[in-house]
Design a protein. Structure first.
Length: 210
């Protein structure tokens, strides 16, 4: 997992509450056995025209299809982002699209956990603070936001400044690029010693051969 501390980037505004995981990554893509390629189908139904002769083509009105928002690394949404089913694919899709952070007033609990395990910083700000950033990124797609994980702040070059809370353990993991596997591998030497001792005691001893 890639470590993250200070991120300065443009943001995609998505002014909708209660964006659930089926909107983030529709259920038909959960049948895939790979853990890659999900960025291409992020917000699949919203990114494509649903009816008429142009059905299936990219909808130029959707924010992520607009050229001025190409390369964004921050997503701004309204309250209760990531609600719905617990699919980790939602976090995979967001990260693989290129987002490093999501700013919203509230997040669904399971999505909050899944996002952190996939290197995504979730910054909970007040509704008024989110509205300010949303308006600025809508009016100016080049609007730069700086998220400082160590300081737990979100700022911009127009005087905006806000603080967000984060669990200390999740913060430590994000700063050091540690997912569940990475956390386990920190104890690799101890695990190896235990395995060797276990092998000697139970598979190489006279009792084991009896």
């Amino acid at each position: 997992m890639q470590p993250i501390n200070r991120l300065t980037a443009t943001a995609a505004p998505l002014p909708l509450p209660n964006i659930d995981t089926d909107q983030i990554i529709p259920k038909q893509f959960l049948k895939r056995i790979e853990r890659t390629g999900y960025g291409e189908v992020l917000f699949y139904d919203w990114r494509r025209i649903q009816e008429g002769p142009e059905a299936g083509k990219e909808d130029p009105r959707f924010v992520l299809n607009r050229p001025e928002y190409k390369g964004v690394e921050i997503l701004i949404a309204e309250k209760n982002f990531g609600c719905g089913s617990s699919r980790e694919h939602a976090a995979w899709a967001i990260r693989q699209f290129g987002f490093r952070a999501v700013i919203a007033p509230t997040f669904a609990d399971i999505f909050y956990s899944n996002a952190g395990k996939n290197g995504i910083v979730l910054a909970r700000l007040t509704e008024a603070e989110v509205e300010t950033l949303m308006a600025r990124s809508t009016a100016n797609p080049g609007h730069l936001i700086t998220l400082d994980l160590q300081a737990q702040t979100v700022t911009d070059d127009e005087g905006f400044a806000a603080h967000f809370d984060i669990d200390p353990f999740r913060k430590y993991c994000l700063l050091n690029g540690l997912d569940d596997i990475g956390l386990t591998l920190r104890h690799e030497a101890d695990l190896d010693r235990y395995e060797h001792a276990h092998t000697r005691e139970y598979w190489m001893s006279p009792k084991a051969c009896a």
